[in-house]
Design a protein around this ligand. Structure first.
Ligand code: ZN
Length: 180
């Protein structure tokens, strides 16, 4: 035994393993987002931190391995909800918001919660907002590459999220969690 300071790393993805992974998400044949231009993502396997249809396909993968994972919309962000549309008078938008289809806006509901929406249609004095997730109704294709694995610490398992190694922003994260 030559290294007592580090516990052995898990060799395959299983529950309670912290996965460091690069991914590229493609939708309708086009790249929607990718981690390869920034940093790999980190999450604890088995905690529903990534969408279920993807998490399920990661069990047993090893560092260095790549996989293409197809996730049908009902396993991802669900179907498009036709009721998640709302007509709003043009006058309720600030002058700085371009009223064009595709523009993303934030709207406060009656409880004061901020919700993300997109302008789907502009007709006369009426602006139609779409509150569906941008990926609702879409099938997703993930190209993932496993970068590194380690066991989660007991504290991470208790909190259900990954802690960074140097002075992590844990207080901030927990504040976010309380607001949710
Ligand atoms: Zn924590």
């Amino acid at each position: 035994m030559n290294n007592h300071s580090q516990p052995p790393k898990p060799s395959v993805i299983a529950d309670d393993v912290v996965v460091r992974m690069d991914y590229t998400l493609s939708v309708d044949g086009e790249v929607f987002e990718t981690s390869t231009k920034s940093e790999p993502i980190e999450f604890i396997q088995g905690y529903g931190q990534i969408i279920p249809g993807l998490e399920r396909e990661l069990y047993g993968l090893m560092p260095g391995q790549s996989k293409e994972v197809f996730v049908a919309s009902n396993d991802a962000y669900g179907d498009l909800d036709p009721d998640a549309m709302m007509d709003v008078p043009r006058s309720e938008f600030g002058a700085d918001i371009p009223l064009e289809p595709g523009v993303e806006v934030q709207v406060k509901n009656e409880d004061g919660e901020v919700m993300d929406a997109r302008i789907s249609k502009v007709q006369g004095d009426t602006v139609e907002l779409d509150f569906n997730h941008p990926l609702a109704g879409k099938d997703l294709v993930f190209d993932v590459k496993i970068v590194d694995l380690r066991d989660a610490t007991p504290e991470e398992l208790e909190h259900g999220h990954v802690h960074g190694d140097v002075g992590h922003d844990h207080e901030l994260q927990d504040k976010d969690e309380i607001e949710e």
